[in-house]
Design a protein around this ligand. Structure first.
Ligand code: URA
Length: 433
């Protein structure tokens, strides 16, 4: 078999076979096929697209390019959750302890973030001492003992995807539905969960700006997962404005703690309950949506969800006292209000611009090597549909550098649009697949 022939076949609109896709993935992972040939294939796929069968075979080849984690020695049905990401998305921080408190084992592999804020692991590192460098053995032991563990993705988890995603990133071939679906699902399938709940975001702060594209991606990922014998469900949810109120690592941790106490923002709380409901159903910890919601509510009201979070932070070396004493979490030097320039209603927020403002303050990574400032970011007081008066605070900015704060504040204001009449409010949950 020759890579040249595969490139030509795809360029001419043909369908690659399982054997051809496996040949490509195996030899790209071991370094035999060079980047320039794979770049050409990615561009051919970008224009010619892939069939469902090709997408499934590519996913499986990538998943099996490294270790397929075996979680069978963890008792019960293991349910994982994945979000396609967005601004203020701290969902796992509240969701994982909440479902674990309902008796569902949470064995989660998470990543660090490149972009607006850190990923789940960066956020959790707001707890002094917290680490995710667990061995697979410790990871499984923690889940069996306390019901929850989160570790970093091992180097051997879908290594083909790691190489391919980095190449797509620099060859303008990321935004192809089949390539995104296979990339995400290869990692999820290799992580060993029996069931997977996906949160596919749509809007100006999401990968998928258009709702129809988000639905198409969600359906594609659900099909791949079910073909691989896993129970997969997806929610398509709004990311046209930041989720909840906090944007920035430690600030998001504080908001997740508020939510575990039952005092979180309405939209974020609703998302956590909706995803949690699907997780409990997939894990057979509840038979109906009502039963699942009641279990989650009880975990919060009884304080069990917050206690589970403390147990989890402590088990991974973190200072669990910070769960009840926020002063132990990182905090910024300058805390400033951002005043509204007008009277009226917030009609629109360019979501990814708010993310970029957080990045400007140092809250995200521009390159893999960048250090994150965990303390900076925003707490948003006025969201789309809210009435504002001139001078009233739109958000509180947390910064450590005066020059960066000034630049970030003017960009933040530019991301806001106002109207004289209230705009239509969009639903948070757009659909379940
Ligand atoms: N996230 C991934 O892991 N892969 C993609 O291709 C896009 C988003």
């Amino acid at each position: 078999m020759r890579m040249y022939d595969l490139i030509m076949k795809k360029r001419n609109g043909g369908e690659l076979s399982r054997e051809e896709l496996r040949f490509f993935i195996e030899n790209y992972t071991n370094g035999t096929i060079p980047d320039y040939q794979v770049s050409a294939l990615m561009m051919a796929i970008y224009f010619q697209k892939m069939t469902e069968k090709e997408t499934y075979e590519l996913t499986m080849a990538m998943a099996e390019s490294g270790e397929m984690l075996d979680l069978s020695d963890i008792h019960g049905i293991k349910v994982d959750k994945h979000s396609t990401g967005g601004v203020g998305d701290k969902t796992s921080l509240a969701l994982a302890p909440m479902v674990a408190a309902c008796g569902l084992p949470v064995a989660k592999m998470s990543g660090r973030g490149l972009g607006h804020t850190g990923g789940t692991i960066d956020k959790l590192e707001s707890f002094p001492g917290f680490h995710t460098g667990l061995s697979t053995k410790e990871f499984k032991e923690n889940v069996n003992r306390i019901g929850i563990a989160i570790m970093g993705q091992t180097a051997d988890l879908a290594p083909a995807d790691k190489k391919l995603y980095a190449l797509r990133d620099v060859t303008a071939t990321v935004d192809n539905l089949s390539l995104i679906a296979s990339s995400i699902m290869s990692k999820k399938l290799a992580s060993g969960a029996d069931a997977i709940v996906l949160d596919v975001k749509t809007g100006s702060g999401a990968f998928m700006k258009k709702e129809e594209d988000a639905f198409a991606l969600a359906k594609e990922m659900v099909k791949i997962g079910r073909s691989a014998g896993r129970d997969v469900r997806a929610l398509v949810t709004d990311m046209d404005q930041p989720l909840g109120r906090a944007v920035g690592n430690a600030l998001e941790v504080k908001e997740a703690i508020q939510t575990l106490k039952g005092q979180g923002p309405e939209d974020f709380t609703e998302l956590v309950y909706s995803l949690g409901t699907q997780m409990l159903l997939a894990g057979k910890a509840a038979n109906t949506e009502k039963e699942a919601r009641d279990l989650l509510l009880d975990a919060v009201r009884s304080g069990k969800a917050l206690e589970k979070f403390e147990e989890f932070i402590k088990a991974q070396g973190g200072d669990e006292r910070a769960v009840r004493d926020e002063s132990l979490l990182p905090s910024a030097k300058y805390v400033t209000e951002i005043p509204s320039p007008v009277n009226g209603y917030v009609s629109h927020i360019i979501c990814d611009e708010i993310g970029s403002c957080c990045l400007m303050l140092g809250g995200g990574r521009e390159t893999k090597e960048s250090e994150i400032d965990l303390s900076v970011g925003f707490v948003i007081h006025k969201k789309v549909g809210d009435a504002v008066k001139v001078g009233e605070s739109l958000a509180t900015m947390h910064a450590n550098d005066e020059a960066k704060a000034a630049a970030s504040m003017s960009r933040f204001l530019e991301a806001y649009s106002f109207s004289e009449t209230p705009p239509e409010r969009k639903p948070l949950i757009k659909g379940i697949i």
